[in-house]
Design a protein around this ligand. Sequence first.
Ligand SMILES: Nc1ncnc2c1ncn2[C@@H]1O[C@H](COP(=O)(O)OP(=O)(O)O)[C@@H](O)[C@H]1O
Ligand SMILES: [Mg+2]
Length: 265
Amino acid sequence: MEVDLTTGSAVATGSPAGAVEDCGDVPVVLASALTRRYGDGDAGVDALRGVSLAVVRGEVVAVMGPSGSGKSTLLHIVAGLDRPTSGEAFIDGVELSGLRDQELTLLRRHKVGFVFQFFNLLPMLSAEENVVLPLKLAGAKPDAAWVDEVIGSVGLGDRRRHRPAELSGGQQQRVAIARALITQPSILLADEPTGNLDSKAGREVLELLRTCAAGYGQTILTVTHEPRVSSVADRILLLADGLIARELGHVSTSEVMSAIDALES
Ligand SMILES: Nc1ncnc2c1ncn2[C@@H]1O[C@H](COP(=O)(O)OP(=O)(O)O)[C@@H](O)[C@H]1O
Ligand SMILES: [Mg+2]
């Protein structure tokens, strides 16, 4: 498989919309009957027991469910950070298990932005250096106007020279979101991005996800425990015991809360 190394030129246009690839009707994320078993024999754990989903371009999908229901496992497989025991995962129509390690690394670098619960910033780098790191790793020259736009859009224009330790949790997560957006990925994956934040910072991060979707047409798949995600997400998938137990469309926060309660009782 040829991986397109055009991140630099796409970035140089400074136009996020222009850089979005036209993949027709191919979903950005497609997962088919994914299973994932950790360990073997009686001690084995079935983290996923047959999960299928499709996320189309521009869609914001949230995954919710009790702790241990397989949410992180699902996200890691979709990101190419873990491989399924059976089933297939595709990004922009490319089947991940068919790729060699090097090809997978390149696909991840160009098509996937990942936001972690604990930010995962490099402590010795400034906010701006953290944000542009994925471009540097890809050998692309950061376009100053695009870097300015992304850092501005996450509200960190006046914090770009600060190191992570000099930033609040909410600010650090916004650096991590900017880092995930800088390569204009096909899919932004976030695993409990508000899980380590207070309520106000958490709300700001959810609002930022909405801005990314509305402003850049960014496709997003996020794991969250925040029922308020209903104001951001087009669909909510409720995961229980390694299976999608229910799917919710545009519903109110209280409907999300009752659905979760029903799942856990
Ligand atoms: N590396 C691992 N080794 C063994 N079991 C694991 C591993 N990662 C996750 N699990 C188990 O798989 C199940 C799903 O985990 P996870 O996907 O992290 O759930 P969630 O993110 O919904 O809390 C849990 O029972 C967990 O203990
Ligand atoms: Mg998890």
